[in-house]
Design a protein. Structure first.
Length: 394
């Protein structure tokens, strides 16, 4: 990694302003239902505190769209972080302004302050230079440890770097190193597993990965558009009609370039998602009228697992069935187990894929689970992430 890491900067006695991803889920009582995003940032937070930095944390929460919304205040986050650190974390009433500046000036070494939700200001997502400058004025050094927002050029991820020396926190550093490794010098064979609902979201990823992967295994709802492109009957499974020509082009390209695209050979199907007990398994790749595919079948699990078993590197983005419903989760669970047992370097794309691995208690068996769904997708597309590009070079 040619970007500065937090270890490359002397932070003793300095005000360190750090972007974190504390966009945690809250229930109706504003209680945090999953604190894993807070947990993931603890390594960098503790490092700054123990090295006598004065830590100013900033994050967004939800989509307040530039309006102050008390339901999206970071107060519950400050409370939880304070419990995890065993020390007080003060949440301020805003993220810029005179009161905020005064509180920051009063800080001692090892103190932790959390600014209020950045997105209460429209200027944050607009990457407004004046807003970025005001945020920067609070710190002497900027650290980005919010990989989940690195694909956004916002004031707190990109704008602020124009005014301060900038470095990656441990979480962002780990993400960059894993993605660079699997995309530039993967242990072969490289197997790319692609699932999820929509082909349209994944076209640039498929095009980029076709140049790198030895095989691409496609499951989930997006598989049915590819099957239809091969004139295979898909019953009433989800189809992106407007993507059929693109799917045909991709299949043709793959055949020409010698990359195997492997589609399901059998399916778990149902007449209605609302009635999981009425599901059955097809005995071939075709799906009859009135039935829709909701998971990969046992033969496909075996086919995909055999590929996984021999892999050197595995990248998985998108579940291969409706894993939230137990009856339609066997495919995703089996693949997660196969990946965990494979001995390959495994990188799990964020979002649903991460949730899926957590559901089956298999997180510990993966090499790396990305904390950013959108950011990991853009990395796999071969894009440069603005929040990473903006950090100071070593």
């Amino acid at each position: 990694m040619n970007k500065k890491s937090i270890k490359d900067i002397d932070i003793k006695g300095k005000r360190v302003i750090m972007r974190v991803d504390f966009n945690v889920p809250l229930d109706s009582d504003l209680k945090i239902t999953d604190d894993s995003r807070i947990q993931k940032s603890l390594e960098t937070i503790k490092y700054i505190v123990s090295n006598h930095g004065k830590l100013i944390l900033m994050s967004h929460l939800g989509r307040p769209k530039g309006e102050v919304n008390p339901k999206l205040s970071l107060k519950p986050v400050a409370k939880r972080l304070s419990e995890l650190l065993g020390k007080p974390v003060k949440v301020l009433g805003d993220c810029i302004g005179q009161e905020v500046s005064l509180e920051v000036k009063k800080m001692s070494e090892g103190d932790v302050i959390l600014l209020e939700n950045l997105r209460f200001h429209k200027a944050e997502t607009k990457n407004d230079p004046e807003f970025a400058k005001e945020l920067a004025s609070l710190g002497e050094v900027f650290v980005n440890d919010a990989f989940g927002t690195c694909h956004r050029a916002h004031a707190s991820t990109e704008g602020i770097t124009h005014y301060l020396e900038s470095a990656a926190g441990f979480l962002v550093q780990k993400e960059i190193e894993y993605f660079e490794q699997v995309l530039t010098s993967p242990k072969k064979p490289l197997i790319f597993i692609l699932g999820g609902a929509k082909v349209s979201d994944k076209i640039p990823v498929i095009e980029n990965m076709m140049r790198k992967a030895d095989a691409i295994l496609i499951g989930g709802a997006m598989a049915y558009t590819f099957m239809k492109a091969k004139s295979i009957s898909i019953g009433s499974s989800r189809l992106e009609e407007e993507m059929l020509d693109t799917a045909k082009k991709i299949l043709k390209l793959a055949a020409e370039s010698g990359v195997k695209i492997i589609l399901p050979v059998d399916h778990v199907v149902t007449e209605s998602i609302e009635n999981p007990s009425g599901a059955k398994t097809t005995d071939s790749e075709t799906i009859e009228e009135g039935w829709m595919g909701v998971d990969i079948g046992p033969e496909t699990i075996k086919l995909f697992s055999d590929k996984i078993k021999d892999a050197g590197t595995i990248i998985w983005n998108g579940p291969v069935g409706i894993f939230e419903i137990d009856e339609f989760s066997k495919g995703s669970e089996s693949l997660a187990q196969a990946i965990g047992n494979s001995g390959a370097i495994s990188v799990i794309g964020g979002g649903d894929t991460a949730a899926c691995v957590v559901k089956f208690s298999l997180s510990g068996k993966m090499s790396h689970i990305s904390t950013g769904g959108g950011a990991s997708l853009e990395y796999l597309e071969g894009k440069v992430l603005p929040g990473v590009a903006a950090l100071s070079d070593k």
